[in-house]
Design a protein around this ligand. Structure first.
Ligand SMILES: [Zn+2]
Ligand SMILES: [Zn+2]
Length: 256
């Protein structure tokens, strides 16, 4: 299935053809069967409004109080827990693009549920370094961003932000080291005076990369920056998430 086929499909899950469920292997009309889809770790609690970490009563979390990120709010569709972590890795590293619609649809629903009164002016994907893009063949965040912008009727700018510096993977680094690692990695060539920009990425772990991106967008004039991510890794899930930049996951069907 070509990228264009996936992106232009009107089906919420990208294909109307019968296929095997990515997780359990039963015949399905979508990349996941209904039972596996129902069991995904959808975000239930609202969490910290700023970074979407799990917090009591939707209060701003301690980390955001002591060291606020540059983005203003975060919306995520899932927790970065099994089997969603494997699905994100399959999408990203094995180019399982049949999962794109599943992620985009879930994130668009979460955004609609969270922001009835706020609408971003512009969707910008977190950019990949040219070398990484050449290796992977696609930017997972750009495909997500394009689908979400289309679903929500918001303007999409694939090159709204550029990656101007290659950065080593964030693997195994704490938030402080990650912040240092991505400093100066992004550039925004145009002015965004007064705009509300939504930055789309697949997974937020510590939020360091998205915070650096938001810093650059605000320097370019953005009044507000929202982080829209498919999955948010909670503290316990970070150990899984940190491996996320490096590994290729050779699997077809995941056994529970
Ligand atoms: Zn299934
Ligand atoms: Zn927070």
């Amino acid at each position: 299935m070509s990228i264009f086929r996936v992106m232009s499909s009107s089906s919420p899950f990208g294909s109307v053809l019968s296929q095997d469920c990515t997780l359990c292997g039963v015949r399905s009309h979508a990349s996941l069967c209904d039972a596996c889809h129902r069991d995904l770790p959808f975000r239930q609690a609202l969490g910290c409004p700023r970074c979407n970490a799990i917090s009591t009563d939707h209060q701003v979390c301690g980390a955001c109080l002591s060291d606020p990120p540059h983005f203003d709010d975060t919306i995520s569709a899932f927790r970065y827990a099994f089997p969603l972590d494997r699905l994100v890795q399959a999408y990203k590293f094995n180019a399982n693009l049949g999962l794109l619609s599943l992620f985009a649809d879930a994130l668009a629903s979460a955004i609609r549920a969270n922001t009835a009164d706020v609408k971003a002016d512009l969707v910008i994907p977190l950019p990949l370094a040219p070398k990484r893009l050449a290796e992977r063949g696609f930017n997972q965040s750009a495909l997500l961003g394009a689908n979400i912008a289309k679903a929500l009727g918001i303007r999409f700018e694939a090159r709204g932000m550029l990656r101007v510096r290659e950065t080593p993977p964030q693997t195994g680094l704490n938030r402080e080291a990650r912040l240092k690692n991505v400093r100066g990695a992004f550039d925004c060539a145009r002015r965004l005076e007064g705009r509300h920009v939504a930055v789309v990425d697949d997974v937020m772990t510590t939020g360091a990369t998205l915070s650096e991106a938001a810093k650059v967008l605000k320097k370019a004039g953005a009044a507000r920056v929202s982080a829209w991510v498919v999955a948010r890794a909670t503290k316990d899930e970070r150990d899984v998430a940190v491996g996320n930049d490096l590994e290729t996951v050779p699997f077809h069907n995941i056994q529970r």
